[in-house]
Design a protein around this ligand. Structure first.
Ligand code: NDP
Length: 204
């Protein structure tokens, strides 16, 4: 537990790194969601699990029947909560923690939750904006409009400068994602008017 890796995972429209529109995702990409589910759920050590940390607005954007994300320790951060890390409690769903501090919950999680392999930061925009200095790596799904398709409207972006300054793009995610994650072959997925690939960025 001395160091549990913190990894941001985010799908973004290149080159501007757009991630949202009107409080929602600007696309519907089933293959991308499967990748997200597999990466955040799978572990190298079968006795461990991962945590997913998200902002209060992203939690609320998940349809109630799909939350908490199963098989993962879910952490919701909100400045309205009273503790740095506490179980959502009998009133809340099981396997969910509340935190009033992104920084503190990343420190406390490995101490409080046994056998954590990785902590995934899963958004949204406000949380990613605070994560460039907190995470060891970023798993970026690099999306572009499919040839001939119009780009979607976007109002929410990653900080391209922060990403470029702090992270280095690696060739492939193969060695980084746990076994059992299905990777597309060929690498570029064409779906629903978009094309995208899964990329790893590591700390410079
Ligand atoms: P967030 O999900 O980032 O939630 C923001 C809330 O988190 C704040 O209002 C606050 O909650 C809480 N919060 C933020 N920082 C802290 C902190 N340091 N300590 C404690 N609580 C904190 O919302 P955004 O609106 O910024 O992002 C949502 C957008 O992001 C949507 O468009 C969504 O679709 C997109 N998104 C995109 C993803 C992608 O991969 N493309 C992934 C996830 C989301 P409170 O107000 O309760 O205090």
């Amino acid at each position: 537990t001395s160091h549990t890796p913190v990894v941001a995972i985010v799908a973004c429209l290149m080159p501007d790194m757009g991630i949202g529109y009107a409080g929602k995702l600007p696309w519907k990409l089933a293959r991308e969601m499967k990748y997200f589910r597999e990466v955040t759920s799978r572990t190298v050590d079968p006795s461990k699990q991962n945590a997913v940390v998200m902002g209060r607005k992203t939690w609320e954007s998940i349809p109630p029947r799909f939350r908490p994300l199963p098989g993962r320790t879910n952490v919701v951060v909100s400045r309205q909560f009273s503790h740095a890390l506490e179980p959502a409690g009998p009133k809340g769903p099981a396997g969910v923690f509340h935190s009033n501090s992104l920084h503190r919950c990343l420190e406390l999680l490995p101490q409080r939750v046994a056998s954590l392999e990785r902590i995934y930061v899963v958004g949204g925009a406000e949380i990613y904006a605070q994560s460039y200095t907190l995470c060891d790596a970023m798993l970026l799904t690099e999306i572009e409009p499919a040839p001939g398709a119009e780009p979607p409207q976007m109002d929410t972006f990653l900080d391209r400068v922060a990403v470029a300054e702090r992270f280095e793009r690696q060739g492939s995610v193969d060695a980084f994602v746990p076994p059992g994650v299905t990777l597309p072959d060929p690498e570029t997925v064409l779906e629903n008017g978009f094309q995208y690939r899964f990329a790893l960025y590591t700390r410079r």
